[in-house]
Design a protein around this ligand. Structure first.
Ligand code: PMP
Length: 358
C-alpha cells in the first residue's frame, strides 16, 4: 500500500527513512539476534541508544551543561502533574498563561497538586498573550505556558519574560521544529508523538538547580530528581519509543539540524496560510502574529461541505484533515516530517475543490 500525506496532529507522520530503519532492524538489531524491544534497558547496547539520544538532543538544541535531559513515560499529560509536583513549592503559588485548550488542561491538572493562578488568558481572542496581557506577581514558584496550542494553531513567536521566576514551557507540538533558547527556561517538556517519535512518552529538559532539593513526596516515575539520578530508568523505560526517537533525531541531524527544519517549516506554513488568505473562500481565524507553523486550522464557507471535502481529500491521499471535535472545520498538521510536496498537494487539492464547489 502506498504511503499517504498524513496531516494528523499526533500521533503524526514519521519520516519514511526512520520507519524503514526500524523495520529493517526488527529481527536482528545491532547484530544481537534480537529486536531492540527484547533486550535489557540496562545492557550496553541500549545504554548506547540512550546516550546517543541525549547527545543528539543536546547538539540540536544547544542545551547548556547545567540542564538535565529526561525521557519519561506518561506523555505530556503526565508532565502536567509532574511540573506541579516537582516545581510547586509550599506557601507559593504557580502562575499559568492560557492561550488554548491545552493550557487549560495543564491548569486543571496542576491545580490538584499546587496553588495555581491564571495570569493571562487570550484563548477567546485566538492569539498568544503579549507582555501587556500578562500580570505576573514575581513571586510564583514557576510560570507555565503552552508554546504551541495544537488544537487551534496558536503559537508564541517570542519567549515570555518572567525575570527570576523559572519559566516552564509545554513544547509538545513545537519542539524540534526550530531552535529554542533553552537558557531562558527553567524547564520545557514535550510529548513525543509529533516531532520526536511515537506516543506515550515525553522529553523533559530541566535546569539542574531546580531539581536539587526534592520538594516533597512525588510518585517516583514522575519525580525528576529520582529519574535524573537513574538516567530515566527508575522504572523500565519505553525502550522502543526511545530507540525510535533516537532515529528521528538522527534524521533531523541528517537534514541539517534545527535551522534547516525552521526554514522548511516556515516555508510550508507560509505557503498554506498565503493560499488560504488569498483564496477568500477558506478561512483561518487566528491572529496573524500568533499563527502556528505546525497546526493550520481552516474552515470552508459552509460546513455542509466538510464531509465531501474530507472524503475527496482521503481519496487524493491526504489523510486526517478533520479539525478537532471541539471546533470542527479542518486542521492540517505539518510537522517536520511533512514534506513541502505534501503541503503543495494539499493546496492543489484545496484550489480544485474550491473551484468545483465555489
Ligand atoms: N500539550 C499539547 C500542546 C498537546 O498537543 C498534547 C497532545 N496533543 C498534550 C499536551 C498531551 O499529550 P499526551 O496526550 O501525550 O499526554
Amino acid at each position: 500500500m502506498n504511503r499517504v500525506y498524513n496531516f494528523s496532529p499526533g500521533p503524526s507522520m514519521l519520516p519514511d527513512a526512520v520507519l524503514e530503519k526500524a523495520r529493517d532492524s526488527l529481527l536482528n538489531w545491532n547484530n544481537t539476534g534480537m529486536s531492540v524491544m527484547e533486550i535489557s534497558h540496562r545492557g550496553k547496547d541500549f545504554a548506547a541508544v540512550a546516550q546517543s539520544f541525549e547527545g543528539r538532543l543536546r547538539r540540536l538544541l544547544a542545551i547548556p551543561e547545567n540542564y538535565r535531559v529526561l525521557y519519561l513515560s506518561g506523555g505530556a499529560t503526565g508532565q502536567f502533574a509532574a511540573v506541579a509536583l516537582n516545581l510547586g513549592r509550599p506557601g507559593k503559588h504557580a502562575e499559568y498563561l492560557i492561550s488554548g485548550q491545552w493550557g487549560k488542561k495543564a491548569v486543571a491538572e496542576a491545580a490538584q497538586f499546587t496553588d495555581v493562578r491564571t495570569v493571562a488568558d487570550t484563548f477567546a481572542q485566538l492569539r498568544a498573550p503579549v507582555a501587556e496581557d500578562i500580570n505576573l506577581s514575581g513571586e510564583a514558584s514557576y510560570v507555565h505556558y503552552t508554546h504551541n496550542e495544537t488544537i487551534i494553531g496558536v503559537e508564541y513567536q517570542t519567549v515570555p519574560e518572567t525575570g527570576a521566576v523559572p519559566l516552564v514551557g509545554d513544547f509538545s507540538s513545537t519542539l524540534l521544529s526550530r531552535p529554542v533558547p533553552i537558557s531562558r527556561y527553567g524547564a520545557i517538556y514535550a510529548c513525543t508523538q509529533k516531532n520526536i517519535g511515537a506516543a506515550g512518552t515525553a522529553v523533559v529538559i530541566v535546569r539542574e538547580d531546580l531539581i536539587k532539593d526534592k520538594p516533597k513526596a512525588v510518585p517516583s516515575i514522575f519525580d525528576w530528581t529520582v529519574q535524573d539520578g537513574q538516567q530515566s530508568m527508575y522504572n523500565t523505560p519505553a525502550t522502543f519509543n526511545w530507540y525510535l526517537s533516537e532515529l528521528v533525531l538522527e534524521w533531523i541531524e541528517d537534514q541539517g539540524g534545527l535551522e534547516v527544519m525552521a526554514e522548511h517549516n516556515q516555508a510550508k506554513a507560509s505557503a498554506l496560510y498565503d493560499y488560504i488568505d488569498d483564496s477568500q473562500w477558506y478561512r483561518n481565524p487566528i491572529d496573524k502574529q500568533s499563527r502556528s507553523w505546525m497546526n493550520v486550522p481552516f474552515t470552508l464557507p459552509d460546513d455542509s461541505l466538510d464531509a465531501r471535502f474530507l472524503g475527496e481529500a482521503e481519496q487524493a491521499g491526504l489523510a486526517n484533515l478533520k479539525g478537532h471535535r471541539s471546533i470542527g472545520g479542518m486542521r492540517a498538521s505539518i510537522y517536520n516530517s511533512m514534506p513541502m510536496a505534501g503541503v503543495q498537494a494539499l493546496i492543489d487539492f484545496m484550489r480544485d475543490f474550491a473551484q468545483r464547489n465555489g
